[in-house]
Ligand binder design. Structure first.
Ligand SMILES: C[S@@+](CC[C@H](N)C(=O)[O-])C[C@H]1O[C@@H](n2cnc3c(N)ncnc32)[C@H](O)[C@@H]1O
Length: 224
């Protein structure tokens, strides 16, 4: 998969060189290209924002530089996503669809009061939100999208089945996980997990998925 990320703050994406995302790039599972929107400002001051028509607080990202930046990376396969609090929520099903149905994502990160609406009309295929709250910029949302999408690509996770067992994969949260030591500060690992009976372990995990969902996210059960 190829991912172009358009931003005014390229340095924020250094974080993508760490951990599994860094390794996914090393292995060639994904090619991430960071584009500085300011390079398309077309003026010597690198100006990319201006006052909103109609007045109001803050600045708006101008359409010209953003449009040119998008055009510079767009090809026939490109699916252009604007990270926006107005977008459709980023949930696991959406993540999986993005990973399976597209080979080239273009992620647009807004800043300030957002971007000129005409860029959305002209260039954006979908707006995606990471939750009902407002962040300073689209950089952290873009990183969340990249991280979650990459986990569905071949050769990224050590075990390809990991995503199938995880929270949200079948509408439930995951069962609780334990590792050594067997006893920690007086709390024991459930006996069933150490008795080696795989059938019983599978049954316990199925039951626990439902218990965890009831406890932490009962709203998910309403969608069943
Ligand atoms: C301060 S926000 C602009 C908010 C906009 N004025 C509004 O009220 O809808 C600046 C940028 O951060 C990004 N952003 C903020 N919250 C987001 C969220 N929940 N999901 C995705 N992107 C978000 C968007 O790219 C947005 O253009």
């Amino acid at each position: 998969m190829k991912i172009d990320i358009l931003t005014l703050f390229p340095e924020m994406f250094d974080a993508l060189n760490a951990s599994l995302i860094g390794k996914a790039q090393d292995k060639g599972a994904v090619q991430i290209n960071i584009v500085n929107i300011r390079d398309f400002s077309g003026n010597k001051h690198g100006k990319v924002d201006d006052y909103p028509f109609g007045g109001g607080d803050g600045m708006v990202m101008m359409p010209g530089p953003l449009y040119d930046a998008i055009e510079s990376v767009k090809d026939d396969d490109a699916y252009v996503i604007y990270m926006s609090p107005k977008g459709t929520p980023l949930v696991q099903k959406k993540v999986e669809n993005l990973a399976k149905n597209y080979t080239h994502l273009v992620l647009v990160c807004g800043h300030y009061e957002g971007i000129d609406e005409r860029v959305i009309e002209l260039c954006v295929d979908e707006q995606i939100s990471i939750g009902d709250f407002v962040l300073t910029g689209g950089e952290i949302p873009a990183m969340a999208l990249v991280d979650s999408v990459l986990r569905f690509l071949p050769n990224v996770l050590h075990n390809e089945h990991s995503t199938a067992e995880e929270s949200f994969s079948d509408g439930y949260l995951e069962y609780p996980q334990y590792t050594r030591p067997r006893e920690f500060k007086g709390l024991e690992v459930p006996e069933v997990l150490v008795n080696g009976n795989h059938k019983e372990i599978a049954k316990w995990r199925e039951e626990q998925k439902i218990e965890q969902t009831k406890k932490y996210r009962p709203d998910l059960l309403d969608k069943k």
